[in-house]
Design a protein around this ligand. Structure first.
Ligand code: HEC
Length: 109
């Protein structure tokens, strides 16, 4: 399954230029799944439910995931523990972010 993100969608959500650029890419859920297993599963869990201070990422749509990861990559504080996500997201490319979003939004409804 593949998803196509239009610039119109990003514009409609009022996201910034970085988000619009990322959302114009096509997310590949299979690539996202592989990266999730490597970089994310330890904290957010196999079902995205999280644990302790690691939040659940279930029931989030792709735009939400992209927006959060772009914020963390830009080192913007979201919650009290954002610093944990800074280092994890700083190496992610726009493509990897949309891949992760495509996977997370469909695998953890
Ligand atoms: C070391 C543990 C850890 C790992 C590994 C980790 N996260 Fe997180 N994640 C957190 C914590 C803690 C927060 C809450 C940060 C805050 O307070 O803003 C968070 C927040 C998030 C959020 C925002 C949730 C919300 O409701 O605002 C998303 C989306 C997310 N992580 C995705 C990922 C992805 C994708 C990966 C893999 C690239 C990943 N995380 C790897 C600990 C982790």
């Amino acid at each position: 399954m593949r998803m196509l993100w239009g610039a119109a969608l990003a514009a409609g959500l009022g996201l910034g230029v970085a988000a619009a650029t990322a959302l114009a890419l096509e997310g590949d859920p299979a690539a996202g799944e592989a990266r999730y297993a490597e970089n994310c599963v330890n904290c957010h869990g196999r079902t995205g439910r999280g644990m302790a201070s690691f939040p659940s990422i279930q029931g989030r749509d792709a735009e939400f995931i992209v927006d959060r990861l772009l914020s963390y990559r830009a080192r913007e504080m979201v919650g009290a523990n954002s610093a944990l996500m800074f280092s994890l997201s700083e190496e992610l490319t726009d493509q990897q972010i949309v891949d992760l979003a495509a996977f997370i939004s469909t695998a953890f409804p």
